[in-house]
Ligand binder design. Structure first.
Ligand code: FMN
Length: 211
């Protein structure tokens, strides 16, 4: 069997050293990201790469502010406290030298127009949209980015919990491209902690083999 070690080198990393990401490594990682497949070869991704430490901290602060704003409006204290407690998982990128913000562009699933034309049920339309092929291609690019980063000795962490502050983040980095929305973000840097991923469900639980 070929060596698949590169897969096992990727872990979610939530603390980073001060070390910079080498420019040639960043370029190689981003080139690997865009080798991902995408529906109809739309390549409907855009990456905003923040290399400025103060701006990265600024984004973490925005998320904290938005978290507080939401928590203050919640109807009970226990709920609000729980929501506030988890803000740390939305800001774990703050020690990284680089933050990659991933945007996805709108995508019309194959068959959607036809479903509408033939008067398909809302249930069928919703099911088609649910698979979100537009986001699937962008996710493939994110995974390529992370696996390549791991192979080059860098750490990343796929993050969607900051998405409740997507509007504020996009305004802050001044990114506004028609039809594009913030999908996820990831820190990129040299890990300050050893990567250790949680155990996976057993393979038998998640596969069905038909012979
Ligand atoms: C779509 C998605 C969203 C995630 N969002 C966050 C997040 O906001 N904050 C965080 O700390 N980790 C986040 N994670 C990381 C997961 O917690 C992590 O992948 C999982 O626990 C498995 O650990 P591993 O990545 O080390 O294998 C996210 C992962 C994915 C795929």
């Amino acid at each position: 069997m070929k060596n698949l070690e590169f897969i096992y080198k990727r872990h979610s990393i939530r603390k980073f050293t001060e070390e910079e990401v080498k420019e040639e490594d960043l370029k190689a990682i981003m080139e690997a990201a865009i080798q991902a497949p995408s529906g109809k070869h739309r390549q409907n991704w855009h990456f905003v790469i923040v290399k400025n430490k103060e701006k990265i901290e600024g984004i973490a602060k925005l998320i904290e502010e938005k978290n507080k704003k939401i928590a203050d409006k919640l109807p009970d204290k226990e709920w609000a406290d729980g929501f506030k407690k988890f803000v740390k998982y939305a800001t774990i990128f703050r020690t990284a030298p680089v933050l990659v913000i991933v945007y996805a562009g709108d995508y019309i699933p194959t068959g959607l127009k036809e479903f509408k034309a033939i008067g398909a049920s809302q249930e069928e339309i919703d099911a088609l949209n649910k698979a979100n092929p537009g986001l699937q291609g962008v996710s493939a690019a994110i995974e390529n980015l992370m696996i390549s980063a791991g192979e080059l000795g860098y750490g990343t962490c796929w993050m969607t919990s900051p998405n409740y502050a997507a509007k504020e983040i996009s305004e802050y980095v001044n990114f506004n491209k028609e039809g594009y929305y913030l999908a996820a973000l990831t820190p990129l840097g040299v890990p300050a902690t050893e990567g250790k991923s949680p155990e996976r469900k057993p393979l038998e639980e998640v596969i069905t083999v038909i012979e």
